[in-house]
Design a protein around this ligand. Structure first.
Ligand code: ATP
Ligand code: MG
Length: 568
């Protein structure tokens, strides 16, 4: 392609609307433009990058036995009512009516639609297993769309669904997708970890998120220094009761009531009483669909609501408001404690190892010290807290490292949730009707591109990994009106194109300075500069965008050199 004919509207300045680097650079490199919040137009450069990522995805999905389909993005409410999600999905589901007042939504995901298709088409075990995928536009009316393509409202997703006759088949399908995803993200040049993820109400250990490592990531993950264990902090397990929580004082008898005027937070109370946060038990009141409950965690620990939800077996869970707090504790916020409390108490496992601790007094401006577990009744102990970097690896006792990640992909064993709800069955070899066992697998295409940019850039712009670069080679002629410069540039352009490389010839009538800046900004892996100065020696300058290395190459060896650099 010739730059002068392409729409690549680069910007000199950082756009004020962008917070993260990938969003800034995609705007500056003329890749995307915003139409409305979370809704973007993809310009030619972005389209080319998307095509590359999508091609990698297609190749790996096909290799893993997937078949490509395209499902409708406008979906009738009927199937969503059958799955029960029409009411459950909330405001992220964009709903509207057609001219006949029938309810529709814009698809945020396609479990319903694909299960509807499958229940009509699959009759026999002979038709299974099956894996169908699509690369398609999704719409989710996110509360907080941000960071450009990272969290959009309209975005491109590759979603795949597997259908198996039994659990072991479903697990095989899951593992095959896990491998395909590993290959996809490797080929896209990402540094990533597959982490164990929360399976919500479905349970089991068949959910992994593929996290591109980046400080700007919205997710927190832990990974072990010694073994392959890695998990989303929402899911990260804490080693049972056999861990030692530091030096623990022996039981001290005799609870004391102390006055703590205005001391509400852990910092205030521990500072005032001259103890550490590890000597205090926090009491949090939660409201759930099963009523109010009290949750106890050590002062320096945080409640993990995903774990808590599954331990309590509730759907709704939120921190209680002031009214409920004063109703159940008879005290203002900040003074709740387990002693004499009239509601169910669930305590974190770490609390079980404590004695002689501080708690709220269920009375304004009052705390208790020297409290022990026999001073109140705990209904259940469980792992309900967030992992910390001081916890040992739950698998091997090794050291855990906390980092941040961008969820670029998600693989999930669904089981029979949707086949049961929508009645997707088949006849097994004995002619008996069985439920199809499903899995679902998603990749955010735009988020993958954004993550690649988060990981590959410098102060001058993007440094595209070769496999997803919009062009592999940029030719930059200086003084194109000089015959030898024009002829050499055109010759290189022609021969590289003939070899099948993606080449951009910057034939614009702009100063070399501007063109060098744009070349760095849009991040093409190899830049060839053709100038009269080096042509005197029959040489062309080659610059690697990633290393910054500059070498002179005989103009007749350029093709060989590019082949060498871009193979593999
Ligand atoms: P998140 O937790 O980030 O909201 P999710 O768990 O809702 O994502 P899935 O339903 O698992 O996402 O979707 C599969 C993939 O689609 C995600 O791994 C992510 O790469 C991508 N994705 C999801 N939501 C968005 C979005 N709003 N913008 C861009 N990509 C998204
Ligand atoms: Mg997810």
């Amino acid at each position: 392609m010739r730059y002068s004919k392409m729409l690549i509207p680069t910007l000199k300045e950082d756009p004020a609307e962008a917070e993260v680097i990938s969003h800034k650079l995609m705007l500056r490199a003329g890749m995307i433009r915003k139409l409305a919040t979370g809704i973007y137009s993809y310009l030619p450069l972005a389209r080319r990058i998307f095509n590359k990522v999508e091609q990698i995805i297609r190749e790996e999905m096909n290799r893993a036995g997937g078949q490509e389909v395209t499902l409708p993005s406008v979906q009738p409410s009927d199937v969503w009512e059958e799955s029960g999600r029409w009411n459950l999905y909330g405001k992220e589901l964009l709903r509207f009516k057609d001219r006949n007042s029938r309810d529709f939504c814009l698809g945020p995901t396609h479990e319903e639609v694909i299960t509807d298709l499958i229940r009509r088409e699959i009759r026999s075990y002979r038709q299974l297993p099956l894996n169908l995928y699509q690369i398609q536009t999704k719409f989710r009316d996110e509360i907080r769309p941000r960071f450009g393509l990272m969290r959009g409202r309209e975005f491109t997703m590759k979603d795949a669904y597997s259908f198996d006759a039994d659990e072991s088949g479903a697990e095989e399908s899951y593992n095959r997708m896990f491998e395909a995803y590993t290959r996809i993200f490797e080929r896209c040049g990402l540094e990533f970890r597959a982490v164990e993820a929360d399976t919500g109400t479905i349970g089991g250990s068949f959910s992994h998120e593929f996290m591109a490592l980046a400080d700007s990531g919205e997710d927190a993950i832990v990974s072990c220094d010694s073994c392959s264990y890695a998990a989303n902090v929402e899911k990260a397990e804490i080693k049972g009761t056999d861990f030692v929580s530091g030096d623990r004082p022996g039981p001290r008898k005799g609870m004391n009531k102390v006055s703590t005027p205005g001391m509400k937070t852990v910092e205030e109370v521990t500072g005032f009483l001259k103890v550490t946060s590890r000597d205090l038990v926090k009491t949090l009141i939660y409201e759930t669909d099963k009523g109010a409950v009290a949750i106890l965690v050590r002062g320096d620990h945080e409640v993990n609501e995903a774990k808590l939800r599954s331990v309590l077996g509730c759907n709704e869970l939120s921190l209680a408001g002031d009214e409920t707090i004063s109703e159940v504790t008879h005290a203002p916020r900040g003074f709740a404690g387990p002693v004499g409390l009239g509601i169910s108490i669930t305590a974190d496992n770490a609390v079980r190892q404590m004695s002689g601790f501080v708690t709220g007094g269920n009375e304004g401006d009052v705390h208790f010290t020297n409290v022990n577990l026999d001073d109140f009744k705990v209904n259940a102990f469980a792992d309900i807290r967030m992992v910390t970097k001081d916890d040992p690896c739950p698998r091997c006792n090794g050291k855990l490292r906390l980092s941040r990640g961008i969820e670029v992909g998600h693989v999930f064993k669904l089981g029979t949730k949707y086949s049961e709800a929508l009645g997707a069955t088949f006849l097994d070899a004995n002619g008996k009707e069985q439920l199809i066992v499903m899995g679902c697998y998603g990749i955010g295409v735009g988020r993958t591109v954004a993550a690649a940019i988060e990981q590959n850039h410098d102060k001058d712009g993007i440094i595209f990994p070769v496999p997803i670069a919009p062009f592999q080679v940029l030719i930059l002629p200086i003084n194109i009106d000089k015959n030898e410069v024009r002829d050499t540039s055109e010759f290189l352009y022609r021969s590289l194109n003939e070899e099948g490389y993606d080449v951009l010839l910057d034939d614009r009538d702009e100063s070399p300075g501007i063109r060098f800046k744009d070349a760095d900004l849009i991040g093409i892996p190899i830049r060839l500069t053709v100038s009269k100065r080096t042509l005197k020696e029959d040489m062309v300058e080659l610059k690697s965008r990633r290393t910054g290395e500059v070498v002179l190459i005989n103009k007749d060896s350029v093709l060989d050199e590019i082949r060498k650099r871009l193979s593999g």
